[in-house]
Design a protein around this ligand. Structure first.
Ligand SMILES: *Cc1c(COP(=O)(O)O)cnc(C)c1O
Length: 427
């Protein structure tokens, strides 16, 4: 699949049926797998042979879909997880332990921000947040002797900030650590972070990849480019024997291409069990088959609505990375020349009350805590997810009282604009 374009990988990647085998990925809804001898199964436990023995670790349906996402990102190995949060957690925890430190862009998904600043802290892992707009010197100043990785989002949810991936990769590599990128919003259709120096990519497949609001899920993809052994003192989990796994040294046995994902599967999936259901992996694959076609429409609707809002007298401001007036437009042109995503945020003049009225007036754009669905939806953080905060606290959190986030779906563009138009007319 390597030499095919992204659209072909979306449709046919990952699964190559043999003669007389099912055309569609089979749903292997089985927790376990049968063997003729204990010895044959023992070889799997020792990671000497590859095969399946228990779905908590690996399942053929999920592996086929992981292989497709791996091909789409241009990686060397990949795995699926039960949610996007599980993917972010495993991606960091695979190389950070108690006493370690890492650096993250401050413009990231709220759930991830909480995972990093509260839950990982309770596990003894420290984070320093930096602005995505920081200079190379500011980023460098955040490093400590125990820093193990740098993390950011290609397009941050919900701030819609675009990350300068090359700048972050350059400073991470100068300090001997990998760059992990959450590529949920653009998907590999619109941006492939490995082409700009990122080492590991994570996804909430729940969003555009599934795209139909059907299955929560996540993915981790390794580029196979980061040389763990060249920085062995920083990564003992990959570069010294794993006593909980028969003394295997992952980076020696599986090389740059396989060590990271093999360790995350053999060790973290074994112990934490954040495994996707095979049925959900199958549903995710149905979404992936049309991802390249759907992203075009999400982006066209996002841009059309952003352009309409920008000209409207009742609208105070609009934030969409694909708008030429966006402060991130130069980064957008570099990293996502074919489109960004379908999420737009904006403020209605009149603050909290005007925003609430606008939302109530909408007829086809529904009020939901979700984004990246085939059906358009919107959220007013000040009256929902962030309703306990005062106006001053909201502004400090980067979600002002007037902020409305709209996720444009796959409906007809003219109908979406008409819905926004009538909702604004009655504010
Ligand atoms: C939704 C989201 C997540 C979390 O994914 P879940 O599947 O909800 O756990 C992580 N990162 C980003 C950018 C997201 O939008």
């Amino acid at each position: 699949m390597k030499n095919y374009k992204i659209g072909t990988k979306c449709v046919q990647g990952g699964y190559r049926p043999g003669n007389g085998e099912p055309r569609q990925i089979p749903i292997i809804q089985s927790t376990t797998f049968k063997y003729d001898t204990g010895d044959a199964m023992g070889k799997l436990f020792d990671l000497e042979a590859s095969g399946y023995f228990y779905t908590r670790l690996q399942n053929p349906t999920s592996d086929s879909v992981a292989a497709k996402i791996c091909e789409m990102e241009g990686g060397s190995a990949a795995m699926l997880t039960s949610s996007g949060m599980a993917a972010s957690f495993l991606a960091v925890f695979n190389i950070c332990s108690c006493g370690d430190h890492f650096i993250s862009s401050s413009a990231i998904y709220g759930g991830t921000y909480n995972l990093f600043s509260v839950t990982l802290k309770r596990m003894g892992i420290d984070v320093t947040f930096v602005s995505p707009d920081c200079s190379e010197e500011e980023l460098q100043a955040a490093f400590r002797s125990n820093t193990k990785l740098v993390f950011g989002e290609t397009i941050a949810n919900p701030a819609l900030k675009v990350l300068d991936i090359e700048k972050f990769a350059k400073i991470a590599h100068a300090n001997g650590v990998p760059l992990i990128i959450d590529n949920t919003f653009p998907t590999p259709v619109n941006c492939r972070p490995f082409e700009f120096g990122a080492d590991i990519v994570t996804h909430a497949t729940t969003k555009y990849m599934d795209g139909h609001g059907s299955a929560v899920g996540g993915a981790i993809v390794d580029s196979g480019n980061f040389d763990w052994m060249a920085h062995a003192e920083k990564f003992p989990g990959l570069c010294t024997p794993d006593e909980s796994y028969h003394g295997i040294t992952y980076a020696e046995r599986f090389g740059k291409e396989g060590a990271y994902i093999t360790k995350a599967t053999a060790q973290l999936m074994r112990d934490l069990g954040v495994t996707p259901a095979p049925m959900n992996s199958f549903l995710l694959n149905l979404g992936l088959e049309s991802l390249h076609v759907r992203m075009k429409q999400h982006c066209a609707n996002g841009l059309a609505v952003a352009e309409y809002l920008e000209k409207h007298p009742k609208v105070a401001w609009v934030n969409y990375p694909g708008l030429p007036t966006s402060p991130d437009y130069a980064l957008t042109q570099k990293y996502m020349p074919n489109g960004t995503c379908g999420v737009v945020s904006f403020g209605v003049k009149g603050g909290r009350e005007a925003a609430a009225k606008f939302m109530e007036n909408l007829k086809i754009i529904a009020i939901e805590t979700h984004v990246a669905d085939a059906r358009s939806c919107c959220l007013h953080p000040a009256t929902t997810t962030h309703r306990q905060l005062s106006d001053a606290d909201l502004i400090a959190a980067g979600v002002g009282p007037d902020l409305i986030r709209v996720s444009l779906g796959l409906e007809d563009t003219a109908d979406l604009i008409a819905d926004v138009e009538q909702a604004l007319a009655n504010v």
